[in-house]
Design a protein. Structure first.
Length: 89
């Protein structure tokens, strides 16, 4: 997992080599930082999903709720523009 910053916000970024995979570290970050947006780069078509996932923590299971921006690897250079466009929505 990586993190990026944009306009004083920090976003977790997962990069996957295939079309699927666990997002465990991304979900842990969302919970620990109370962040509402996460990013995944993989081989799937672009999408934005509302995710609600039960995640195990040291305090027990908690729900991680966040917006997942999923982009194909070739769209990496568009990420900041996409994040900026979400702010205006």
């Amino acid at each position: 997992m990586y993190v990026i910053s944009n306009h004083n916000k920090v976003y977790p970024v997962e990069v996957k080599s295939g079309k699927s995979g666990s997002l465990k570290s991304l979900q842990q970050f969302v919970l620990s930082k109370n962040n509402g947006v996460a990013i995944r780069f993989d081989l799937n078509p672009p999408s934005i999903q509302e995710v609600s996932h039960l995640t195990a923590t040291s305090e027990g299971n908690r729900h991680a709720k966040y917006k997942l921006i999923s982009l194909p690897l070739y769209m990496a250079e568009e990420l900041l523009r996409i994040l900026d466009s979400l702010k205006s929505c």
